[in-house]
Ligand binder design. Structure first.
Ligand SMILES: [Zn+2]
Length: 104
């Protein structure tokens, strides 16, 4: 199951951006892919379109990475696989297995 949420800090553990850390910008639950700030940057060649006020040139933006290629970061321990518990009210809570901190 996907334990990563928008706003989390994650570390890339495989692929071109191995070792990079960044904030999660968005999560696609259906495909288990996520967008991480400044990770998996791709260049888009934009054609100028003055009518739509689009400047031409090369734009760089993030592209989706598989959630299995990143690990959640615990502020005190680093990359972890969180322990997920379901609370009595049905909400899920994530905690660090090492230090026991709850990750919101
Ligand atoms: Zn921890």
């Amino acid at each position: 199951m996907l334990t990563i949420k928008k706003g989390d800090m994650v570390k890339v553990i495989s692929g071109r951006d191995l070792g990079k850390t960044g904030r999660v910008l968005s999560v696609e639950r259906s495909t288990k892919r996520i967008l991480v700030e400044s990770v998996q940057m791709v260049k888009h060649h934009m054609k100028a379109n003055p009518q739509k006020n689009i400047k031409g040139g090369i734009l760089e933006r993030e592209s989706l990475v598989s959630s299995s290629n990143v690990m959640l970061l615990c502020p005190s321990c680093g990359p972890i696989r969180p322990k997920v518990q379901t609370l009595p009210d049905g909400k899920k809570s994530r905690s660090c297995r090492k230090c026991g901190n709850t990750l919101v």
